[in-house]
Design a protein around this ligand. Structure first.
Ligand code: HEM
Length: 341
C-alpha cells in the first residue's frame, strides 16, 4: 500500500487530467460567524492538475480489492468535518506529547483507511509537493468512494487547510452515538449548521459499510438503545451473529440487503424494521418529520442522490474555528509540519 505509482503512470495521468479538468475556476466564500472560509472549484487546476486523478486511481484500486474501503473512506471525511471543521484533524497520530482523535470513542477500533490516505498523499507530494491538503484529499476520496459504490458524483470544492491541532473531547462530543434518538441526532447536526434534512440524508451513507457487534449489542438484549420496532427475524439473525466472544471483530452490514451498493435500499430497510443501529431505525419510527423524508427517498431514488450530493457539499464546507487561517498543507497527513522535519 505504501508504494509509489510508477512515474510513467503519473505522466500518462497528467496528460489525461490536463485534457479533462474543467476550465473555469469559481470561488465560493462561506461567511462564518467571525470570518470567511474560502473554497473554490478547480483550485488545483494549475498547481496540481494530477491530484484528483491520483486520488481516484487509488480509491478505485483499494475498493476493487476491498469494497468496504469505500465506506471507510466516506466515514473518515464525516468524522473529520464534525470535529472543528474539515481540517484533517482526524488523521493526526498521537505522540508522547499530543493526544489526537484516533482514540476517541467513535473512532477507536473503528475508523479505517488511514494507510490509503497515506499512499494518496505520498503520490501527490511526489508530483506537487506542499500543494494539496490532506483535508481536501479526504473530501475527494469520499466523493470517489460514493461514485465507485454506484452512487452520485459531484464536483468537490477545494482549499481546506490542515489543522495543527486535534480534539479528542470534541470528537467524543460532536460525533453522534449509535443509540441516539432523533432529537439528539438533530441537535448534533444543528450545532454545526446542518439541518434535520441533512441528517436524514447523510445517514443514507449507511447504505454501505459495516458496524461491529460491540456497537449495536445493547439493542439486541432489550438494553439501552433497544427499539421495539425491530424486525423479529432480523433481530434473531443479529443475536446469533453477535453471540461470540469477540464483539469487536464481528461485523454486520449496515444495509443487510445491498451491502456494497450505494442506493436507497437503506431507507427501505428502515421501513421494514431492519435498521442496524438505533440511530438508523429511529429515522423511520421515532419522528414523523424524519419518516416523511425516509419515505420521499424510497419513492424517488433520484431525490436521494441529489440531496446526498448537496448535503455532502454542505458538510464539506464545515470550517475550523479559525476558518483554516492557522492551518497548513501537511507534508505527511499523520503529523503537523513542525514535527515532521
Ligand atoms: C446520523 C448519525 C450517525 C451515527 C449515529 C453514526 C454511527 C455509526 C456507527 C456507530 C458506525 C459503526 C462503527 C463501528 O461499529 O465500528 C458507523 C459506520 C459508518 N458510518 Fe455512520 N453514523 C452517522 C452518520 C454518518 C454519516 C453522516 C456518514 C457519512 C456521510 C456516515 C458514514 C458511515 C459509514 C460509511 C460507515 C461504515 C464504515 C465502515 O464500514 O468502515 N455515518 N456509523
Amino acid at each position: 500500500m505504501g508504494m509509489y505509482f510508477p512515474l510513467l503512470w503519473l505522466m500518462i495521468m497528467k496528460v489525461w487530467v490536463v485534457t479533462s479538468t474543467p476550465t473555469t475556476l469559481n470561488e465560493t466564500c462561506f461567511d462564518g460567524a467571525t470570518a470567511t472560509f474560502m473554497l473554490s472549484f478547480g483550485l488545483y487546476q494549475d498547481s496540481c492538475p494530477e491530484a484528483e486523478a491520483i486520488v481516484f486511481a487509488w480509491v478505485e484500486r483499494v475498493v476493487s480489492e476491498d469494497p468496504r474501503m469505500a465506506a471507510s473512506l466516506l466515514r473518515l471525511h464525516f468524522h473529520d468535518c464534525f470535529v472543528n471543521g474539515c481540517d484533517a484533524s482526524v488523521l493526526l497520530d498521537d505522540t508522547p506529547n499530543f493526544v489526537g482523535e484516533k482514540t476517541a470513542g467513535p473512532n477507536l477500533n473503528s475508523l479505517r483507511g488511514f494507510e490509503v490516505i497515506d499512499s494518496i498523499k505520498a503520490d501527490i507530494e511526489f508530483v506537487c509537493p506542499g500543494t494539496v491538503s490532506c483535508a481536501d484529499i479526504l473530501a475527494i476520496a469520499a466523493r470517489d468512494s460514493v461514485l465507485l459504490s454506484g452512487g452520485p458524483t459531484w464536483e468537490v470544492e477545494m482549499g481546506r487547510k490542515d489543522g495543527i491541532s486535534a480534539s479528542k473531547t470534541a470528537a467524543n462530543n460532536n460525533i453522534p452515538g449509535p443509540n441516539s434518538d432523533v432529537p439528539t441526532l438533530v441537535s448534533k447536526f444543528q450545532n454545526l449548521g446542518l439541518t434535520l434534512q441533512d441528517m436524514v440524508t447523510l445517514s443514507g451513507a449507511h447504505t454501505v459499510g459495516k458496524a461491529r457487534c460491540f456497537t449495536f449489542n445493547s439493542r439486541l438484549n432489550g438494553g439501552n438503545g433497544n427499539t421495539p420496532d425491530i424486525n423479529v427475524e432480523f433481530l434473531q439473525s443479529l443475536q446469533q451473529l453477535c453471540s461470540v466472544s469477540d464483539v469487536n471483530a464481528t461485523l454486520a452490514d449496515l444495509d443487510a440487503t445491498t451491502p456494497a451498493n450505494f442506493d436507497n435500499q437503506y431507507y427501505l430497510n428502515l421501513l421494514a424494521g431492519k435498521g442496524l443501529l438505533t440511530s438508523d431505525q429511529v429515522l423511520a419510527t421515532g419522528d414523523d418529520q424524519t419518516r416523511g423524508i425516509v419515505e420521499s427517498y424510497i419513492d424517488d431514488p433520484t431525490l436521494f442522490f441529489e440531496s446526498f450530493k448537496r448535503s455532502m457539499m454542505k458538510m464539506g464546507r464545515l470550517a475550523p474555528g479559525d476558518d483554516g487561517e492557522g492551518g497548513e498543507i501537511r507534508r505527511n497527513c499523520r503529523v503537523v509540519n513542525q514535527l515532521n522535519l
